[in-house]
Design a protein around this ligand. Structure first.
Ligand SMILES: [Zn+2]
Length: 474
């Protein structure tokens, strides 16, 4: 791998007291700010819909930290290649589509033969640390490749709370900074709170409901809707959507504390990227879920990138597959992005130095239901594939052959996007089919359910944790 930039090796200081004369430090250490350190902070917010963020159109979202980041950098719509936590994060970190890296269901393991963003940055002299907050990102699944430190404590059940994740991330950062006075730092922080169940701590549980109705955002309520036929009434949907927004607002506050803490540690000028592995559906026929549909509300997620020479206050109009994030961040850090990936660097486009492209999006969801009642409930429709270009989208079912062409400007679930002009003419299904056929020829496993490797048997406790979250497990 060739780096275009030599990492600055000037002596720098890892701790707040370093670089000060001892006496001065004891008297006035507050004046002894740490030297700035190069770095990358990648934040993934599980289950974050784009329209749950103020900067992406929800005026009452109460996401001031994300909104400020968006004003200071570039914001765009990113697209998940698969609405599942482990496979989608494998794509974010590897730059590969699930059809290439082979993690296509929960329970499968990312093969060591793939090079992750952490491994690439380590080869450039970075120290790498991660904090994950949900069972699907347990190190067993192989996404810990390349990290010097990988904190996966307290991720059972509904996962680690955002405040605890921030505390852990700052501790991991301290550990990395203490290892070297000069090495740049890569920190990946995963927040899990917007994932069901929706149970934000006070006051985030009542920000939008002064008089909450009887329905909470618990798994019990969701399971009554999913499996027992409880009608997803407008009141129930609204209450759960508000609780979900509360989780987003709570996470936003925790991210603010993370960024403040990192700035205090000399990482205030680090490149920062925020995105999500998938969104969430609140459609009446498929609420509180994301695993086995390819709705726009599930695949379209926010992307914010600040630093790396990017201009402030820019809305980027091209679609960004999540596979593009790793090569883009590498180039923004000054390194030659790898070419043998599904994803490609969009750095020049984001910076306004190259024309905006709008590549087709390819997405999939798996066939296996987590338990029989899920199939009986109609929740899992089978193996789906989608191709999208602009506002036109084709979704088809590998098992039934049924397909649907969507104009994303229409439909209750697939809401119009602010700031994007409507396409000219109607959606051309043949053109979308041809796009997918060409892509499938280049990805021989595109129409299969194949894993990259034969994953070892899933430990019983991890299997139970994934099932408890409602996920498909082999
Ligand atoms: Zn997820």
């Amino acid at each position: 791998m060739t780096g275009r930039r030599n990492v600055d090796r000037r002596p720098r200081f890892a701790g707040a007291l370093r670089g000060c004369a001892l006496g001065a430090a004891l008297l006035a250490c507050g004046a002894c700010a740490p030297e700035p350190r190069d770095g990358l902070v990648l934040i993934t917010i599980d289950t974050l819909r784009a329209d749950a963020v103020g900067a992406f159109g929800r005026e009452d979202a109460r996401t001031p930290v994300l909104d400020r980041l968006a004003r200071e950098g570039v914001r765009a719509y990113a697209y998940a290649p698969i609405p599942l936590t482990t496979p989608s994060h494998a794509s974010i970190l590897s730059g590969l589509h699930p059809a290439s890296h082979g993690v296509r269901k929960h329970g499968q393991v990312l093969s060591d033969r793939f090079e992750t963003l952490a491994e690439r940055l380590r080869s450039h002299g970075f120290l790498a640390g991660a904090v994950v907050s949900g069972a699907p990102l347990h190190p067993y699944f192989g996404l810990d490749q390349g990290f010097d430190a990988f904190d996966a404590q307290d991720i059972e059940g509904d996962g680690r709370r955002a405040d605890a994740a921030t505390d852990a991330a700052l501790a991991v950062a301290d550990g990395l900074l203490a290892r070297s006075d000069t090495a740049p730092v890569f920190l990946w922080v995963h927040y899990f709170d917007p994932h069901s169940a929706y149970a934000p701590p006070p006051p985030f549980d009542q920000l939008w409901d002064e008089a909450p109705g009887p329905w909470d955002g618990s798994h019990e309520t969701h399971n009554r809707v999913i499996y027992e036929g409880l009608p997803a009434s407008p009141e129930l949907l609204a209450r759960n959507r508000n609780l979900y927004q509360g989780e987003v607002a709570y996470t936003d506050r925790a991210i603010g504390r993370l960024l403040d803490g990192l700035a205090e540690r000399g990482l205030g000028d680090a490149l920062v990227a925020v995105t999500a592995d998938h969104g969430e559906s609140f459609a009446p026929e498929y609420p509180f879920d994301h695993a086995d549909r390819l709705y726009d509300s599930i695949l379209r997620v926010p992307l914010i990138v600040k630093g790396g020479g990017l201009p402030p206050e820019r809305f980027f109009e091209g679609a960004v597959p999540l596979e593009d994030i790793a090569p883009t961040l590498l180039e923004l850090l000054g390194f030659e992005p790898p070419v043998a990936l599904d994803g490609r660097s969009r750095a020049a486009e984001l910076a306004g130095r190259a024309p905006v492209t709008d590549p087709p999006i390819f997405a999939e969801s798996p066939r296996i239901p987590p338990r029989p009642e899920r199939r009986q409930s109609g929740r899992n429709e089978g193996a789906l594939r989608a191709v999208q270009r602009g506002d036109c989208k084709l979704v088809f079912n590998l098992d039934t052959g049924l397909e649907r062409v969507s104009d994303l400007r229409r439909g209750a679930d697939e809401a119009a996007r602010p700031g994007v002009p409507p396409p000219a003419g109607r959606c051309d299904a043949d053109a979308l089919r041809a796009l997918h056929a060409a892509w499938a020829r280049a990805h021989p496993h595109a129409l299969e359910q194949r894993a990259s490797t034969t994953s070892p048997p899933l430990p019983v406790d991890l299997r139970e944790q994934l099932l408890a979250l409602g996920y498909a497990v082999e």
